[in-house]
Ligand binder design. Structure first.
Ligand code: PHE
Length: 340
């Protein structure tokens, strides 16, 4: 018992001499976690008759010293704050430090501009999977096995036979049609696509596309033209000239490609447009009757149009970016140039 009393005396005297937080913490290690702890452990070694009295005392000592320590620590923190306020006065009129804000990736910004334009025209966003089966990516889009058009899209196959990474967003057409048939459809399907290609300044193995699909009882080529021209003018500017060329896709008939007059030279001819005066922005066409039928729609009653565009390509045209590899290189010097 007398040891406990002298321990208490020593501990309290030492505690009073601590004038810094570090000293207080050292005190805690020495007493609370050291000597006091040892004293608590001693209970087990005492003859049973002595245990209750000793145990009670040692616990009281521990409680008391803990409380003293905590109030000494709080008081020291208070004093430290007062010292720091006194030595470096706080100027509350100073402007705050600006917060480093991130920004949206240039692809996301472009996607959002595209969404906004189509949202105004009543198109809803529909998501469809990036991992597809061969049948939906090709077969149901009117490209049976060994169809030469499959060569238009070099494919990443998975180890599961018939399972692949979609080469375009067009298989989404089948998913939407099968889900909504026989209702009319007006959707866009944005997402990532993958192609097994050499990576160059002009081609990447992954990129976004935005697919569009409209189906109804009287959807015509004029609707497609009107939609795409309105889209191109809102995205690239009112004065944009739009040119429509005939083209070929297995899943649309007739098929078209859409160009805008070059945003750099306005048609004069420059390196961006490769002297042609025109920039290709998307592929489109009237949904092929075979594809309509595969989606559950009777081509005798329904017709539709579809289009597909690449937001990275559109961003490259908009900002005159000459290397598509920049999009996924994560170079902040590149990414910081876009948006606020
Ligand atoms: N899926 C085509 C491509 O990747 C683009 C496209 C979509 C063309 C829809 C016509 C209709 O090239």
């Amino acid at each position: 018992m007398s040891t406990l009393a002298s321990l208490e005396e020593r501990a309290l005297a030492d505690l009073r001499s601590c004038t810094e937080e570090a000293a207080l913490r050292a005190w805690k290690t020495r007493y609370l976690e050291g000597e006091v702890d040892q004293a608590v452990k001693k209970i087990g070694t005492l003859p049973p008759a002595e245990r209750p009295t000793y145990g009670k005392q040692v616990n009281e000592l521990k409680k008391k010293l803990t409380a003293e320590y905590e109030s000494a620590l709080a008081a020291e923190k208070e004093r430290a704050l007062e010292r720091s306020l006194a030595s470096a006065p706080l100027d509350v009129t100073l402007p705050g430090r600006p917060v480093q804000r991130g920004r949206l990736h240039v692809s996301t910004q472009t996607l959002r501009s595209i969404y906004a334009i189509f949202a105004d025209m009543g198109f809803q966003i529909y998501r469809s999977p990036e991992v597809e089966d061969d049948e939906t990516n090709f077969g149901l889009l009117n490209m049976p096995e060994h169809h030469p058009a499959r060569d238009m899209w070099d494919t990443f196959h998975t180890t599961r036979p018939g399972v692949l990474l979609r080469t375009h967003t067009s298989p989404g057409q089948i998913h939407v049609m099968r889900e909504l048939c026989p209702k009319p459809i007006r959707v866009i399907l944005p997402g990532m696509c993958y192609r097994y290609e050499a990576i160059t300044t002009r081609s990447e193995i992954m990129f976004h596309q935005v697919e569009g699909l409209a189906i109804g009882e009287h959807v015509t080529m004029a609707d497609l033209k009107g939609t795409l021209i309105a889209f191109a003018r809102r995205l690239f500017g009112d004065q944009r000239k739009v040119r429509i060329r005939s083209s070929y896709f297995p899943f649309t008939e007739p098929s078209i490609e859409v160009d805008v007059d070059c945003i750099v030279c306005a048609g004069e001819g420059c390196s961006l447009c490769k002297r042609s005066g025109w920039l290709e922005i998307l592929g489109a066409g009237m949904v092929h009757p075979v594809v309509l039928r595969n989606g559950g729609y009777d081509p005798a009653c329904f017709s539709g149009f579809a289009f597909g565009m690449g937001p990275e390509r559109i961003a490259m045209l908009t900002y005159a970016i000459d290397d598509i590899r920049q999009f996924w290189a994560n170079d902040l010097r590149f990414l910081r140039q876009f948006g606020t």
